[in-house]
Design a protein around this ligand. Structure first.
Ligand code: SDX
Length: 429
């Protein structure tokens, strides 16, 4: 909705651009005609002041530290809901009725198996390949097996592809883990919940019964909820840009996985635990705080800081609570890395540098400690992030495809390279 304008005086000409208001959050200046009007582009590397799209899925208030999915606070969803309920909410826009939830659970559960031929794909990877490399390959390959859900113009196929992605990511992630450790694949079990099934596929072996601890399954489910979606972050923007060309949804999600892998993004959970291990003991924390503050030192406190949150990441608070629950359930009394994490957070939150730059723990700061306690190696942490974020990627992808104003994304640039010059033969160089 536009009810005011922004004035631009340029080259002696005055122009007005409509200001669009959202239901909540910053207004936007619609500059779509700026280049046509002025022959100039805006310039915003990293898109710090750019809204790339209109969306109704997730709202973040970075100053307040709030996160809403379709209007519902993450704290309430994490406390009262389960992951598949949040998936339904993100995809359909409303919380499901009991009947809708049962139907959705049934549909997802019965899409968890992978085409049997795909299990042979794994043997093409080295055993010591990083599971994220395997996941990129396997998800990209889904479009080679599920041709009947790649026509993005067909709403039914879009929903089938969405359900398939949500259902098969745990199976692919568990197979990547089993392949990595040289154990046989464990098939999905339809009688188990989404999170319990995932833990069973990861930690069961064919030689004996494996009973999933319900407290740990609940913690896993909550960790999935916390990672489900997060507005227009780097990997979601990657999925949207890939999807804007009409690429099939499996290829778009594979692009999102590749982007999430970076240590500045989803790879930070693995990097944060490696950092805590490198610090080792509480007495070495000041040395690392000093390095994090040194502009000449590339070291950053992994799991700290955020482009949007200039307050505590609400997900980090829930993750910290989950960490204590999991360690308590497992009877882990003293975890040296948790001690380092808690002391590092205490020191950082009282340090002038972190206060001035508004650097707080983000979701990746505590997740690694929890995931390691659940039995996962650090190389699996970002795989779990990708598993959970798949629903956010696919919901944002669907929203973009169904947006009547959607067009291929094609940013421009500020060119500072050589102007035109003639070729010089090698003899004369
Ligand atoms: C995720 O976008 C999302 O929503 C992402 C995510 C999601 O759910 O999708 O929330 C998931 O990616 C969380 C972030 C995980 N990454 C990390 O924990 C890596 C460590 N954090 C940083 O690399 C950094 O904070 C970013 C990348 C997260 C944000 O970087 P910005 O917004 O581009 O900010 P910046 O790098 O420009 O930093 C601003 C200032 C800089 O100092 P100056 O150049 O102004 O002097 O703060 C400093 C930075 O040097 N700074 C840090 C720091 N993070 C920023 N200094 C030390 N340690 C850090 N962690």
């Amino acid at each position: 909705m536009a009810n005011s304008t922004a004035k631009l005086e340029l080259g002696g000409e005055n122009r007005e651009y409509e200001v669009l208001e959202g239901t909540v959050g910053p207004d936007v200046i619609n500059i779509a005609s700026l280049y046509r009007d002025t022959g100039m582009f805006t310039y915003d590397p990293g898109f710090t002041s750019t809204a790339s799209c209109e969306s109704q899925i997730t709202y973040i208030d970075g100053d307040e530290g709030t996160l809403l999915h379709r209007g519902y606070p993450i704290e309430q969803l994490a406390d009262h809901g389960d992951f598949l309920e949040v998936c339904y909410l993100l995809l359909y826009g409303e919380l499901p009725t009991k009947a809708q939830k049962e139907d959705f659970d049934y549909r997802v559960t019965r899409h968890t198996m992978l085409h049997e031929q795909m299990s042979r794909f794994f043997t093409g990877f080295r055993r010591d390949a990083h599971p994220m490399a395997v996941m990129c390959g396997m998800v990209g390959a889904l479009s080679a097996f599920y041709h009947d859900s790649t026509d993005i113009s067909d709403p039914h196929q879009r929903m089938v592809a969405s359900i398939r992605m949500i259902a098969k990511m745990p199976t692919i992630a568990a197979m990547a883990y089993k392949y990595h450790i040289g154990q046989p694949f464990i098939y999905p079990r339809n009688e188990l919940s989404y999170a319990a099934n995932f833990l069973h596929m990861c930690f069961a072996v064919p030689c004996e019964e494996y009973h999933v601890n319900p407290v740990l399954a609940r913690a896993m489910d909550r960790i999935f909820i916390l990672h489900a979606d997060h507005e227009q972050n780097a990997s979601t923007s990657t999925v949207r840009l890939a999807g804007s060309s009409g690429a099939n949804p499996f290829a778009c999600i594979a692009a999102g996985i590749a982007c999430l892998w970076g240590p500045a993004h989803g790879g930070a959970n693995e990097a944060a635990l490696n950092m805590l291990a490198e610090i080792g003991t509480v007495d070495r924390i000041p040395e690392y705080i000093d390095r994090a503050k040194d502009r000449d030192d590339p070291f950053r406190l992994m799991g700290f800081g955020h482009r949007v949150y200039k307050n505590y990441d609400p997900r980090a608070k829930i993750m910290q609570k989950t960490t204590h629950e999991v360690l308590g359930e497992l009877g882990i009394k003293d975890d040296p890395q948790l001690d380092v994490a808690l002391e590092l957070e205490r020191i950082a939150l009282t340090d002038e540098y972190f206060i001035e730059k508004k650097l707080y723990p983000n979701i990746d700061f505590y997740s690694g400690i929890t995931l390691r306690a659940l039995g996962f190696p650090t190389t699996m942490f970002t795989v779990l992030f990708a598993l959970a974020r798949t629903v956010g990627w696919i919901a944002q992808w669907k929203e973009m495809i169904e947006d009547p104003n959607q067009k291929i994304g094609r940013p421009r640039q500020l060119y500072t390279g050589a102007t035109q010059r003639d070729y010089v033969s090698i003899a004369n160089r």
